[in-house]
Design a protein. Structure first.
Lengths: 113, 114
């Protein structure tokens, strides 16, 4: 089955630790995205990548970093600089940047205490 | 500024009743419009999309939406609600403003009463 996988489903960390969220897709999509979801705020774009070895900041990139070394993988690191990291994180992909519907993974719920 | 507004953070209907979820957008360029559904603790799933073809768009699970340019709206409807429709629904707009950008609405949670 083709799709997007995110792991783990739930993640707990202590404040001050960096944590990396995994996102893998086997849809052969060029574009990939990371969103943060908080109650009542919809989805906010953290980073996106239109092609391998290239990525751009979204609306709330501060405190986050990404890499895109392989087409199928787009990991997100939540650094200790992110002031309020507890949230639901969603990864998505699309065929290309000009094809607009996005396919979403199941999400990772990160709790930092 | 480009934006998406979903009227009503919560909507409650009885099983079998009409579902109407409202979405208005603000855009200076022709938009691409989408509705997504999210079940608890899951990712989003595409319900339907408008990409400048027919203004009435049919999606999965019996949902449809009509693009009304004069009203800058893209409301989602379903004639008869089912218990399984209870979820959160997001309207999204993709704009080409020198690069493609997708903006999501804040979401509307649909409750279906037996």
């Amino acid at each position: 089955d083709g799709g997007i996988t995110q792991s783990p489903k739930y993640l707990f960390r202590k404040e001050g630790q960096n944590v990396t969220l995994s996102c893998e897709q086997n849809l052969n999509h060029d574009a990939m995205y990371w969103y943060r979801q908080d109650p009542g705020q919809g989805l906010r774009l953290i980073y996106y990548s239109q092609i391998v070895n290239d990525f751009q900041k979204g609306d709330i990139a501060e405190g986050y970093s990404v890499s895109r070394e392989k087409k199928e993988s787009f990991p997100l690191t939540v650094t200790s600089a992110q002031k309020n990291p507890t949230a639901f994180y969603l990864c998505a992909s699309s065929i290309g940047p000009s094809v607009h519907e996005q396919y979403f993974g199941p999400g990772t719920r990160l709790t930092v205490t | 500024a480009q934006s998406v507004t979903q009227l009503g953070s919560h909507v409650s209907v009885s099983e079998g009743a009409l579902v109407l979820l409202r979405c208005n957008y603000s855009s200076s360029v022709p938009p691409y419009l989408f509705w997504y559904v999210q079940y608890p603790n899951q990712g989003l799933q595409l319900l339907l999309k408008y990409t400048s073809a027919a203004t009435l768009v049919k999606g999965i699970n019996g949902f449809e939406a009509e693009f009304k340019k004069s009203e800058t709206s893209f409301h989602l409807t379903k004639p008869s609600a089912h218990m399984s429709d209870a979820a959160e629904y997001f309207c999204a707009v993709t704009l080409n403003t020198g690069g493609f950008k997708t903006i999501f609405g804040a979401g509307t949670r649909l409750f279906v009463k037996a």
